[in-house]
Design a protein around this ligand. Structure first.
Ligand code: SAH
Ligand code: SF4
Ligand code: F3S
Length: 469
């Protein structure tokens, strides 16, 4: 699953349809950058705005409010926001000349990290709102309409999730048969390259009752597959229904009891938080998909130490051995950073060696990007772009090979597929393999939401072609 390059437009196409019945409704265009949690948050912000009379639109030219839900993880991600703001500012000027208002809001991790600085750099922005205060969005907007510019980045004392309105059943049903559900937010790990502990704050786990209620609502609306989200999702530890503290493994066993929920996933995990109960869930829960995203970042112990990952390459390999013993068909995915300060050729070779030992079904590779305020940015031994580029290419080539090997190994096998939507070509439908590959099947094979067994006949670059068995 792609982690950091999601860029999706317009959260609510159906909301737009319902706008047909109310042409006077205010319209919001939400653009989402960054990780899955931002995708989830954009939906929750849209829900909060729907309760405030806003209808979502896919067409930026129709919007009365443009909301950018931003990502701060690498420099490129953060800079994209400012170029987008330039374009929207021009739209706002044209609008003002025509006598119609356009409000501009910045949410997400850049909002949290840069706060008022955003309005200094881009004065057309009307509001800046951090991830912990989305439930206050309607109040903030009311003040903005009264002529104020608002920067809301304090951490709220009240529980955001308790105050965010739930979407209507029909809206949930429209969003499809797979859904994200944030169970944990924030991070206490402080890897030396990473901004997340500063943009999302310290770890907070939602209680079991809240999560179960949300998962039940999703299931009732026809959702078959739920992906639990957290910056450190396997560090989740919530108050259980019995008042005891539960871990993620126990939560997964509970969620698997919900009628209709056939598939469970969770992301993103830290190797230090894979406990025995979670590994047992992989062994005992057929609903838990045999695919695990477990970032390691580097294969060099020296670099892992400088990154403050607090485990060695051996620890990681031993952990994967235990997971594979519990669930032999599990496919692994990971994240890697090349060119961390001080990384030598030898360190980089250790990363390649680790990748060869693990054998990934997919993985994400990033060039180290120094982030303001992180310890890594202050370290000695920053590397040139040329070295980073060269290492990135070598690592990517290796991972691409592994990905192709993995896909090729599926040909001829019978696998379960969740049908998600119509295919691009007439007569085809699109499903999802247990390992997240798109699966293309004849549309007579089943309807949306069905989980069917199919035999893989051939492969595309990342997709699988299949026939019903
Ligand atoms: N919480 C997750 C990942 C969060 S960010 C974890 O702990 O694994 C997603 C990925 O972005 C990270 O795994 C890392 O590979 C990458 N990343 C984070 N900060 C980065 C930086 N400064 N430069 C390059 N890549 C970075
Ligand atoms: Fe960032 Fe490390 Fe926390 Fe992941 S565990 S969010 S990489 S600080
Ligand atoms: Fe980006 Fe924030 Fe997610 S920095 S990766 S949007 S947690």
């Amino acid at each position: 699953m792609e982690l950091n390059t999601i860029e999706s437009h317009g959260i609510g196409a159906a909301a737009e349809r319902s706008a047909g019945t109310d042409r006077t409704a205010k319209k919001v265009f939400v653009k989402t950058y960054g990780c899955q949690m931002n995708v989830y948050d954009s939906q929750r912000m849209t829900d909060a705005l729907a309760a405030d009379g806003y209808v979502a639109t896919d067409a930026v030219e129709d919007a009365d409010l443009v909301l950018l839900n931003t990502c701060h993880i690498r420099e490129k991600a953060a800079e994209k926001v400012y170029s987008e703001l330039g374009r929207i500012r021009d739209m706002k000027t044209e609008r003002a000349e025509a006598g119609r208002e356009l409000l501009i809001g910045v949410a997400g991790c850049v909002a949290q990290a840069e706060g008022a600085e955003i309005i200094r750099r881009a004065p057309a922005v009307d509001l800046v709102i951090g991830p912990q205060t989305y439930h206050r969005l309607p109040d903030v907007l009311a003040r903005v309409r009264g002529g104020e510019k608002i920067v809301e980045t304090e951490y709220a004392i009240e529980d955001k999730f308790e105050h965010l309105p739930q979407p209507k059943h029909a809206e949930l049903a429209r969003r499809g048969v797979t859904a994200f559900l944030t169970v944990q937010e924030g991070c206490d790990k402080f890897c030396t390259f990473c901004v997340v502990p500063y943009t999302r704050g310290s770890e907070v786990s939602r209680p079991v009752a809240q999560i179960v209620a949300e998962a039940e609502r999703l299931a009732e609306a026809g959702v078959r597959e739920v992906t639990l989200l957290g910056q450190n999702v396997n560090a989740w530890h919530g108050v259980g229904e019995n008042g005891e503290e539960w871990g993620l493994g126990r939560l997964l066993f509970r969620l698997a009891e919900i009628p209709g929920l056939a598939r469970l996933r969770y992301t993103t995990s830290h190797p230090r938080d894979m406990d025995d109960e979670l590994i047992a869930a992989h062994r005992d829960l057929p609903a838990l998909m045999p695919y695990l995203h477990l970032p390691v970042q580097s294969g060099s112990d020296r670099i892992l130490k400088a990154m403050n990952r607090r485990h060695t390459a051996r620890d990681y390999l031993a952990l994967i051995e235990r997971i594979r013993a519990a669930r032999p068909d599990i496919a692994m995915s990971g994240d890697f950073i090349v060119g961390f300060p001080g990384e030598t050729d030898e360190d980089f070779e250790a990363t390649l060696k680790l990748v060869r030992e693990v054998g990934y079904a997919s993985a994400f590779t990033f060039k180290y990007s120094p982030r303001p305020g992180t310890p890594g940015a202050e370290m000695d031994g920053h590397l040139s772009e040329t070295v980073k580029d060269e290492r990135l290419q070598r690592l990517q080539a290796l991972i691409n090979d592994q990905q192709q090997n993995f896909i090729a190994s599926v040909v001829g096998r019978t696998i379960s597929t969740l049908i998600e939507k119509p295919g691009r070509r007439p007569g085809q439908i699109l499903g999802r393999s247990p390992w997240l590959n798109p699966v293309i099947v004849d549309d007579k094979a089943g309807g949306i939401g069905d989980i069917i067994d199919v035999r893989i006949t051939k492969t595309g670059p990342n997709s699988l072609f299949a026939e019903l068995v």
